[in-house]
Design a protein around this ligand. Structure first.
Ligand SMILES: O=P(O)(O)OC[C@H]1O[C@H](OP(=O)(O)OP(=O)(O)O)[C@H](O)[C@@H]1O
Ligand SMILES: O=c1cc[nH]c(=O)[nH]1
Ligand SMILES: [Mg+2]
Length: 213
């Protein structure tokens, strides 16, 4: 399935602000949070509804409610944590699963160091969050883990995607939709997205890396 470039003006405005060199940790976190909310809004647009009757001030009224959907949000450590609360703002009852992956700086392969999944993944919609889709190795590895545990409805939310990552993700997992606030130009020789955001994990956690600020 396609990667969805979210074209809402608020998304495009905020992703532009996020690219500013020398942006403060506070501002980077705030914008990441706001963008995660907006991406969650888009990625949940087809959640099924059912009718229910409630007591309204004027008497019984039929209203819509989300139809028994179980959701798990899956932040990819570390940087995905920056998007977690924004998604929970929109889906407050979601359970949280965590995957720890760190991209090897030389091979660009993701190295797995942690995982903790909630139960009944076969009945859940998974919303994976990670600001950066570069080679897509980290996203593909996370989807592999979810599918091994029976998860069938898997959606990804990222802030910036590289065309190389979009192609790799669509090839590896054509059934997974990915919502992104931007699709950028290319990866540089170090595997960083250009123009990109620099190192999103370092910016969210304040672990400054001079080369990618
Ligand atoms: O698409 P890929 O080529 O796999 O690259 C993207 C991954 O790299 C970054 O994480 P990183 O490994 O730097 O870990 P961090 O979040 O702890 O900084 C980013 O947050 C993604 O998880
Ligand atoms: O551009 C990139 C690529 C991987 N990880 C990041 O944080 N930024
Ligand atoms: Mg990083």
């Amino acid at each position: 399935m396609p990667t969805i470039d979210v074209v809402h003006p608020l998304v495009k405005h905020k992703i532009g602000l996020l690219r500013e060199a020398g942006i403060s940790t506070k501002k980077f976190r705030e914008l990441t949070h706001e963008l995660a909310r907006l991406l969650a809004y888009e990625a949940t647009a087809d959640f099924p509804l059912q009718k229910t009757t409630i007591d309204c001030w004027s008497g019984p009224v039929e209203v819509d409610e989300i139809a028994g959907l179980k959701v798990t949000v899956v932040p990819i450590l570390r940087a995905g944590l920056g998007m977690l609360d924004g998604v929970l703002d929109m889906v407050p009852n979601a359970k949280i699963s965590v995957v720890g992956l760190s991209r090897n700086h030389e091979t660009l392969q993701p190295e797995h160091y942690f995982e903790k999944f909630v139960g009944h993944l076969d009945q859940r919609t998974a919303l994976i969050v990670d600001p950066m889709l570069a080679t897509a190795g980290s996203m593909i590895a996370t989807i592999d883990l979810l599918k091994e545990r029976g998860c069938k409805d898997i959606r990804a939310l990222v802030l910036v995607a590289a065309p190389e990552g979009v192609a790799a993700l669509e090839k590896a997992h054509p059934d997974v939709r990915c919502w992104t606030a931007a699709i950028d130009s290319h990866l540089n020789e170090l595997g960083y997205i250009i123009p990109g955001l620099g190192d999103a994990g370092d910016k969210i956690f304040g672990t400054k890396d001079e080369e990618t600020r």
